[in-house]
Design a protein around this ligand. Structure first.
Ligand code: PEP
Ligand code: MG
Length: 573
């Protein structure tokens, strides 16, 4: 079976199913609701203590970003709206406490999941997480508790929460697999940081796997084998050995240059969503911030962030990078990222609609505030301004004109900014990729956004999991567009980078290099791995490989070819 590989690596071992998959929470009528209420409040107190402990442990062992999740949990546990609803169910309806907690939590999860705002959607993980903690305390549940393993195991459950992940015994946890979840869930983020091979979103997992079954998980491809035959086992043991050898050597690469065997210098940047991600960028040797997605600042705010709030956020990243480039992307809202406080009418096709630069050119008062904040931050380091979702030259010209007006205004008010600040575009719409020769004359740099370029090229909504097999980063049509953009950018002598997920894909890195790409930006934990791969490559050898990949007709052929190419590299040399 196959789920979504969310944290790379191979895990081979016995399955242990979590206690919560083995119990049913039934509705009971209690004789003494007051007593039940006390039972609930005691569990709440214990849960608060556990959360405080988790906070300190995660702060020490993982990092401040992950620990912040527990700060949020602590606050939610004290939220009178949440606890009040549970208490009313216990008192007014004589409900047993565990059932009341589950009712209220399920209801909240549903509300959050139906919201269009990704940030709010992610809050459903937090509700699940704290309610399970309280229920477990109420039930004093036994069974397989992932924090009390006796031997090494692969952990299986319906849904991993951030708490589950951070409480795992790292040395005994070979891997984790769940039915629910995807790459961007909190649990997946922690799994990657802890480097635990993980597969999520594996539908039907609990119907297929039993306690004690032998499992193989491939955290990269998302494959799961249940009680595999000897031949499969041998194949994956070998793959595991290669991967572990590779990981063991990764740390040696910190502080080294990203340069190929034939001397081509490559820049490896990081994608960030907030100034809180800076620690990870520095820990993983990010050479630049290749993409700062500023929309998260807007999504986390109850109203439009002020110029000063934005300035502080941008400045902390720019100054924190100590003179290395920081590419700040202007507001990319719309599509799957909605700002409720802007009251934008519903659209039939939001990804093809009022999104990103289209909204900013229409709501110029919002755009100008952001440009002023970005320009002011440019006085503290090396900023580049990136316009998202440009689909025609007129949009680029209009955006640049507003940028020039904003600069003029700052000059008049004697507010310092970097006069040489560059303005570039995301190339993520096919029309722009095709016309990239024209865009290269009016743009200081290109950043190729494969996440959107794929969806617009193959006409597949990037968030629709029913169509996931059609949404392929290996589609030769996408790669041909990428090649066109690289060639046109290089020919005009401007920077060409890639910040879509493809940039961090080990299978694509060799052919992207062969196509002439020399700036890659990815999530921080992928950086050292990319550096390792690049240092094992010879660009001149890969030009022919890239030409071959571009001559193929299907995504499957390209993926197989790229996979074979990567395997042929001796990464453990
Ligand atoms: C992209 O589209 O590739 C990209 C990097 O931007 P986002 O994922 O934020 O749309
Ligand atoms: Mg995009």
């Amino acid at each position: 079976m196959r789920g979504i590989g969310v944290s790379p690596g191979i895990a081979i071992g016995k399955a242990v199913i979590h206690w919560k998959e083995q119990i049913d929470i039934l509705r009971e009528y209690v004789d003494e609701p007051e007593r039940e209420l006390r039972r609930f409040r005691t569990a709440l107190e214990f849960a608060g203590e556990q959360i405080r402990e988790s906070y300190s442990r995660v702060l020490q062992n993982v990092g401040p970003n992950e620990a912040a999740i527990f700060e949020a949990h602590g606050l939610m546990l004290q939220d009178p709206d949440f606890t009040g609803r549970i208490e009313r169910l216990i008192l007014d309806e004589s409900a047993n406490a565990e059932w009341a907690v589950k009712q209220v939590a399920d209801n909240l999860v549903q509300i959050f999941e139906n919201m269009d705002n990704d940030y709010m959607k992610a809050r459903s993980d937090d509700v699940r997480d704290i309610s399970e903690r309280v229920i477990k305390l109420l039930l004093q549940a036994g069974g397989a508790d992932f924090t009390q393993l006796q031997e090494k195991a692969i952990l299986v459950t319906r849904d991993f929460t951030a708490s589950d992940m951070s409480q795992l015994q790292r040395e005994l946890t070979l891997g984790v697999a769940s039915e629910v979840g995807g790459k961007t869930s909190h649990a997946a983020i922690i799994a990657r940081t802890m480097r635990i091979p993980s597969v999520m979103g594996a539908h039907g997992l609990l119907n297929t796997v039993g306690n004690g079954d032998l499992l193989i998980l491939d955290g990269e491809t998302g494959e799961i084998f249940v009680n595999p035959d000897e031949e499969t086992l041998a194949r994956y043991r070998e793959k595991q050995e290669r991967y572990e050898c590779f990981l063991g050597r990764l740390s040696e690469i910190r502080g080294k240059e990203t340069v190929t065997l034939d001397g081509v210098k490559v820049e490896l940047g990081a994608n960030v969503g907030s100034s809180r991600d800076l620690d990870e960028v520095l820990k993983n040797d990010g050479e630049a911030v290749g993409l700062y997605r500023t929309e998260f600042l807007y999504l986390e705010s109850p109203m439009l962030p002020t110029e000063d709030e934005q300035f502080e956020a941008y400045k902390s990243v720019v100054a924190g990078m100590g003179g290395r480039p920081v590419v700040i992307r202007t507001l990319d809202i719309g599509g799957d990222k909605k700002l409720d406080y802007l009251s934008i009418p519903e659209e039939e096709n939001p990804f093809l609609g009022y999104r990103a630069i289209r909204l900013c050119l229409d709501r110029q008062e919002i755009f100008k505030v952001q440009l002023r904040a970005i320009l002011r931050s440019s006085a503290f380091g090396k900023v580049r301004i990136l316009f998202p979702m440009i689909s025609c030259l007129e949009e680029l010209r209009a955006a640049k004109a507003i940028l020039e007006d904003t600069k003029k205004d700052l000059r008049q008010r004697k507010i310092p900014f970097d006069e040489s600040v560059q303005a570039g575009i995301m190339v993520e719409v096919p029309s722009t990729a095709i016309l990239s020769d024209h865009f290269a004359k009016e743009s200081d740099f290109f950043s190729i956004g494969t996440n959107d370029l794929i969806q617009y090229t193959v006409a597949v909504d990037r968030g629709n999991d029913k169509l996931a097999p059609l949404y392929s980063s290996y589609h030769p049509a996408v790669l041909r567009l990428v090649k066109t953009v690289i060639d046109n950018g290089n020919h005009a002598g401007i920077h060409v980078g890639m910040c879509g997920e493809s940039a961090g894909d080990p299978k694509l890195i060799p052919i992207l290099l062969g196509m002439g790409l020399t700036e890659f930006s990815m999530s921080p934990p992928s950086i050292l791995q990319a550096r390792w791969i690049l240092r094992s490559l010879r660009k001149s050898d890969l030009e022919e490989a890239a030409r071959h990949a571009l001559s193929l007709g299907t995504a499957a052929e390209v993926e197989t070819y790229c996979g074979t190419l990567l395997q042929s590299l001796d990464l453990c040399r």
